[in-house]
Design a protein around this ligand. Structure first.
Ligand code: SF4
Length: 298
């Protein structure tokens, strides 16, 4: 952070509703419990998309690995994060004599089961499962893996054009997507069913966006509108961080996204600003407080 002689005299509020969601809290607690007794835990993918929190856990012995490394790892303990994994990961672990600490969030676990059940019903009728989510995202890989890849990933409205709407269709959303975008996708499907002469009764839309995320949208709009500047704290890789930041920006143009306190720039602020600090579901509250303390020094 740049230093200056004159204090800016800004007020700073940390959003009390930000911080980790319960799925991430639970996962981190379980990892820390294990690391109290052991000095090495392999995490399949980053436990949170937040480098500061990852370094903290890294110092305790957590090592992040990818699926290639998992394939070569033997006789070790592997942590599965809240995003969940496809069945193939469990098969690899079994074959390599790996013990799994499974921290798949219960919300994601339930979604995986629902997709599997829906696929069973629809596959008899030639229907299609759609997953509204980001291709390659860990949670989406885990979801599509439940049906051996037999689902269509919808990233954008135009992806809807590849589906046969004369047959039954069911859609599920990745847990961290934007509810208003999901509503647009659902409306797009209904239009296409009508245009194709399909039956709207054969379409099932499932509301599977996590409430821990969806409830933050209206709250963050209010929080962003009631502050002159917003500092949104999130790892650059975080999917819900990207979505929630866009929500803040939709009501306050003076929004800045940072990952750490040393990214703060003094020129973002004016004398007397009222700054709100908030973050993604993978941003720890201690980091928001650390950033607030740094701001108060400006
Ligand atoms: S955002 Fe929701 S689904 Fe994702 S880890 Fe948190 S509680 Fe679980």
């Amino acid at each position: 952070m740049e230093k200056s002689e004159e204090k800016l005299n800004i007020t700073v509020d940390v959003d009390s509703k930000s911080g980790f969601c319960y799925g991430v809290v639970k996962a981190i607690r379980q990892a820390e419990n294990y690391l109290e007794k052991s000095d090495r835990l392999y995490s399949l993918g980053a436990i949170v998309h937040n480098n500061t929190e990852l370094s903290r856990l890294g110092e305790k012995g957590m090592e992040v690995i990818d699926h290639n490394r998992l394939g070569n790892l033997k006789d070790s303990v592997v942590f599965i994060r809240a995003h969940g994994e496809p069945p193939s990961t469990y098969d690899t672990a079994k074959g390599n004599n790996l013990r799994i600490i499974d921290c798949t969030c219960p919300v994601v676990l339930k979604l995986q089961q629902r997709i599997k059940e829906s696929h069973k019903l629809l596959s008899h009728k030639g229907g299609t499962i759609l997953i509204f989510g980001n291709r390659g995202h860990a949670e989406v890989n885990g979801l599509i893996g439940q049906v051996d890849g037999d689902a269509v990933i919808i990233e954008k409205i135009k992806d809807l054009d590849q589906v046969d709407y004369t047959k039954p269709v069911a859609i599920f959303s990745q847990t961290t997507k934007d509810p208003s975008e999901y509503a647009e996708v659902i409306a797009g499907i209904k239009e296409r069913i009508s245009a194709a002469g399909g039956n709207l009764n054969d379409f099932k839309s499932n509301n599977t966006i996590c409430r821990q995320v969806s409830s933050r949208h209206p709250h963050l709009k209010q929080f962003s509108a009631s502050h002159s500047v917003i500092l949104f704290v999130s790892g650059r890789e975080s999917s819900n961080g990207k979505v929630l930041f866009e929500t803040c920006e939709s009501v306050n143009k003076r929004c800045f996204k940072i990952e750490r306190a040393d990214e703060i720039k003094r020129e973002w602020f004016e004398h007397g600003d009222n700054v709100g600090i908030c973050g993604a579901t993978s941003t720890p509250m201690w980091l928001l407080e650390e950033i607030a303390a740094a701001l108060r020094e400006l």
